[in-house]
Design a protein. Structure first.
Length: 145
């Protein structure tokens, strides 16, 4: 029987089984290490997560501040445009009133001394006396023979 337990190499079959069992246990431990890590070792990661959260808060505050500034700028521009439109409408209203007053002035009768007097030889029934009056054609023949 002593021959059965004699070692044939560096390690016997039982030692190889023990090494194989330890290797499988290490493999399984590493496989599930990520799932077990947050519950057991969260003290070391607390400062890193707190820093990340504060960075996110700072970023979020900066974004909100930028949005607020953009909104205020757009509201200011809108208000300026409204003022300009009101001024233009007021100017148009004034011009319309002036035009209406001029039309009313035209329809009023003017005093007789201000009217133009026509030339003595002007007779409106005679038509225009300018160069554009009708002239009869020449009576002589242009070609004769």
């Amino acid at each position: 029987m002593a021959e059965e337990f004699e070692q044939t190499g560096l390690l016997g079959p039982k030692e190889w089984l023990a090494i194989l069992a330890v290797a499988i246990a290490v493999y399984i431990y590493r496989k599930f290490q990520n799932a077990l890590a947050p519950s057991s070792g969260s003290v070391g990661n607390n400062s890193a997560t707190a820093q990340a959260i504060s960075d996110d808060d700072i970023r979020r505050r900066n974004m909100q501040e930028a949005r607020r500034r953009l909104i205020e700028e757009s509201e200011r521009k809108i208000e300026e445009n409204r003022e300009k439109l009101k001024e233009k409408e007021e100017q148009k209203r004034r011009e319309q009133i002036e035009r209406n007053e001029k039309l009313l002035d035209v329809t009023k009768k003017k005093p007789p001394g201000d009217s133009k007097s026509f030339r003595r030889e002007y007779n409106p029934l005679m038509g225009d006396g300018g160069s554009c009056s009708w002239r009869p054609a020449k009576k002589s023949s242009a070609r004769g023979g």
